[in-house]
Design a protein around this ligand. Sequence first.
Ligand code: TRP
Length: 322
Amino acid sequence: MARILTGIQSTGKPHLGNLLGAIIPAIELSKDKQNESLFFIADLHSFSTIRDAVQLKENTHATAAAWLAFGFDTDKNLFYRQSDVTEVTELTWYLNCFTPYPMLANAHSFKDKTDKLSCVNSGLFTYPVLMAADILLYDAEIVPVGKDQMQHLEMTRDIAGAFNHKYPNSFVLPETEIDERVMIVPGTDGQKMSKSYNNYIDIFLSDKKLRKQIMGIKTDSIPMEEKKDADSCTVFKLYKLLATDKQSAALKAKYAAGNYGYGQAKQEFFDLICDKFSAERTEFNHLMENKEIIDVALEKGAKKARIIASAVLQRVRTNIGY
Ligand code: TRP
């Protein structure tokens, strides 16, 4: 049984790119009987940039609702809010005292952020230490992350190694698992789908609004009658990510035959989303209208998480001499 742990940034309502690129594959991985998955919403990390109580809460709920709507099994696995297990902040302090200042000053993500933000707080600086605490507090064995998080994982291993050198058997060193699921989900303008490019598709919108987003996908201006190349069209690229091979082949043939417009392809893509995600869309909205269901699920997760966390923290405290 391997313990897999992942933190989820709660930047708002997950879009189609988040769902296809991260959430659905992670849920699939969690179904393996050999694994125990710990997924948490990294809302303490969010506080380094978000200063609005309503927004912070809303982001957590929307993120959690998407995971739950897509069937994450909270009985078999652990699903919790980082801020509910306050043990993590104590461990962060111990780890801070083992983290060389230059290591943090050299972090890519910190350098990127200092270039972009007008206010740089120490929370952003020590972000990787809190992340190390997230991982080490649960004796996590495998941490699947994207390439952008590799350096943070290396820091976690370095900090844990240095700590163990002084205080043996304090931490389990996590293995990094580079996420090879580099599924590129194009946005409505053909670039990578991203909240910051404002080119995303939000499948949890009402039919009318969702259809409008889909109708806004950029296409070229080849006239309706002419034959078209499906593979270079964003509508087709998106369709293909969701459709069966047979459905994709059928749509491709329509593009190639001519007398088939992009508006029709967009309608087919809209119908496919409605058809494929009907249950999840309903469940997401149900959860967002009944947020107490989400809170109960997260509280249940926090209770289970705290059992592991307090045992590990106790081990560390004893080793330090408290
Ligand atoms: N920093 C991660 C990200 O930006 C989120 C995260 C926080 C995380 N703590 C973690 C990921 C612990 C893995 C393990 O995506």
